[in-house]
Every structure is written in structure tokens, then in C-alpha cells.
Design a protein around this ligand. Structure first.
Ligand code: C2E
Ligand code: CA
Ligand code: CA
Ligand code: CA
Length: 278
């Protein structure tokens, strides 16, 4: 049973007048949505491929608008950015993520929580202060906080981003590279930035069973992770066949609908009680 049976409203990129009005009205609603608790988190387990044990959770932002229903994160995150509200959203997600992390720790032990951070926030040092303040405010153990950097291809200045990530890492957090393999320059980013985890984009994972090229790419990314001493996570694992292929390829960690859907934290805690212990 899951709370994610709704179909998120998808809004096309085509800039029709209706879309424009919709997007502007979304932007205008973001501040009140944050203040009114309409924006909250769902949590998706990351599990050990061999053990099946819970080894982490990813926090995914959700917006349930009382008038419009659920709005897909890809859509409202873009509008948040257009409205200049990414810092506010990220701060909210970090606080809620750290609080959930403490709740998870109390119930299940020291299991890390991952929060998504848009690469566009790595253009400014203010993200370092934000993470430091949130950690101080919540008292969350920095070693249990993972920052998943999304949209790495949008980093304009890798040198600057590397310096900012080094400061974030010095706080004790772990840095993960999201959506590895799609978008330009991902090997360059992998070389320059201090990642301790990389997540193979679900494009490759979803095709492993049917496309030998996708399988070959996954096998080589796993090898790459081993060479660099970086933990590899397979995301978008939808079925048992894919999970078996990952087992055969010695992939350490997996995540996907086939294992567990994003859900309220209490469901993750129940999931951990049922799953084998690591
Ligand atoms: P992502 O970080 O790659 O997150 C994984 C997305 O794939 C999530 O969609 C998740 O629900 C979905 N997913 C998980 N398992 C499966 C599977 O087996 N099959 C398929 N088809 N999909 C699966 P969601 O929640 O809609 O998030 C979409 C994107 O929005 C995320 O992609 C991430 O880039 C962004 N996002 C979500 N939360 C935040 C946030 O708090 N801050 C920022 N900056 N971005 C966020
Ligand atoms: Ca992610
Ligand atoms: Ca991803
Ligand atoms: Ca993605």
C-alpha cells in the first residue's frame, strides 16, 4: 500500500498562454505553500542489493495544493527557480529531511538521509551557510546527511563548485552525484568534484534487461565506481529481473518502485522492521 497512487499533473514545456498563466500562478503560490505546510517530503528506501537491508533513504519533495491537487516536483521545482525561491525550498527540504533523519535514527539506527540539491545552488557560497545552520538548528549528525547533487551539467564553474562542495564535505556530509550518465560533462564533473556516491540514471537501469548496450554501460559504471572508490547506486529498479541482473553485476545499492515506492517516513520505518537487517 502506498500514498503515491495519484497521477501527478504534468504540464508541458510548450509556452502556451494557459501554461504561462498556470506557471505564474504556481510561482505566486510557492511562499504560502511553504508557510502552510503544503510542501512536504516522501521517502524512498535505498537497499543493499545482496542483503535487501535498508541502507539509506532519499527525501523527495511533494506539493499537495488544496485547489489543484498534487503537482509533479519536476514542474514546480522549475517554477520555484524562476520565482527565485530555490533557496527557500531547499532550506525547507533540508530542515524536514534532518528532522526525519532523527526520527529514522531513533527507530532504525544510523541510516543516512539523502536530500536533493540543485547544482545551480553551487554557484554561491550561501549554500554552505544554509547547510551549516540547518545542521546546528536541528542537531542532526552531519555524517548521516547525504547531499544528492542534481543537474550537474548546469554547473558553470567546476572550480568554484569543487571549492563549495569541499566546504560542504568538511561539515561532515557525504556528496552524491545524481543521474550519472545523462547530460553533458558528467565524467568531467566526476573527476573534479568530491563525490562519495554516484547514482546511475534510471534510463540505463530500466533498459538493462532488454538492451545489451545499457547492460554494458551499467557494468562499466560499476567498474568505474570500484576504481574510484565511489559507492554506486542503481536507481529506477522496477522489477525482480533487474534486481537479479544488478546482483549478478555486484552492484552494491539499489532503489526503485520494484523495491519500495516513495512513502511517508512511518512506512519506511515499517519497511525496515520487515527487511533483513544489515
Ligand atoms: P531524482 O532525484 O532522480 O529522483 C528519483 C525520481 O524517480 C523520483 O521522482 C522518484 O519518485 C522516481 N522513481 C523512483 N523509483 C522509480 C522507479 O522504479 N521507476 C520510475 N519510473 N521512477 C522512479 P520525483 O519524486 O517525481 O522527483 C523527480 C525529480 O525532482 C528528482 O529526480 C529530483 O531531480 C527532483 N527533486 C525531487 N525532490 C527534490 C528536492 O527536494 N530538491 C530538488 N532540488 N530537486 C528535487
Ligand atoms: Ca535524487
Ligand atoms: Ca536520480
Ligand atoms: Ca532524475
Amino acid at each position: 500500500k502506498t500514498n503515491e497512487t495519484f497521477e501527478p499533473i504534468a504540464i508541458s514545456d510548450a509556452a502556451s498562454d494557459d501554461d504561462l498563466i498556470w506557471n505564474i500562478s504556481l510561482q505566486a503560490r510557492i511562499d504560502t505553500a511553504l508557510a502552510n505546510g503544503e510542501i512536504y517530503l516522501a521517502f524512498q528506501p535505498k537497499v543493499g542489493v545482496m542483503s535487501g537491508a535498508l541502507v539509506g533513504v532519499e527525501a523527495l519533495v511533494r506539493w499537495n495544493d488544496p485547489a489543484r491537487g498534487h503537482i509533479a516536483p519536476d514542474q514546480f521545482i522549475r517554477q520555484c527557480e524562476n520565482a527565485g525561491r530555490m533557496s527557500q525550498l531547499t532550506r525547507h527540504v533540508l530542515i524536514e529531511g534532518c528532522r526525519a533523519g532523527q526520527e529514522l535514527h531513533r527507530n532504525c539506527g544510523p541510516i543516512p538521509v539523502a536530500v536533493n540539491i540543485s547544482a545551480t545552488l553551487l554557484h554561491e557560497r550561501s549554500i554552505v551557510r544554509m547547510v551549516r545552520d540547518v545542521l546546528a538548528e536541528t542537531g542532526y549528525d552531519p555524517r548521516l546527511l547525504v547531499l544528492e547533487i542534481t543537474e550537474t551539467y548546469r554547473i558553470a564553474d567546476l572550480g568554484r563548485a569543487a571549492a563549495i562542495l569541499a566546504e560542504l564535505k568538511a561539515l561532515g556530509t557525504k556528496i552524491s552525484m545524481d543521474d550519472f550518465g545523462v547530460g553533458a560533462a558528467s565524467l568531467e564533473a566526476l573527476m573534479y568534484l568530491p563525490f562519495s556516491e554516484l547514482k546511475i540514471d534510471r534510463l540505463f537501469i530500466s533498459r538493462m534487461g532488454s538492451d545489451p548496450k545499457a547492460m554494458g554501460i551499467v557494468v562499466h559504471i560499476l567498474r568505474l565506481g570500484q576504481e574510484l572508490g565511489i559507492t554506486v547506486v542503481a536507481e529506477g529498479v522496477e522489477d525482480q529481473q533487474t534486481l537479479q541482473l544488478l546482483r549478478d553485476s555486484a552492484c552494491p545499492v539499489a532503489q526503485g518502485y520494484g523495491i519500495a515506492r516513495p512513502s511517508p517516513l512511518q512506512e519506511v520505518i515499517r519497511f525496515q522492521k520487515l527487511a533483513p537487517q544489515s
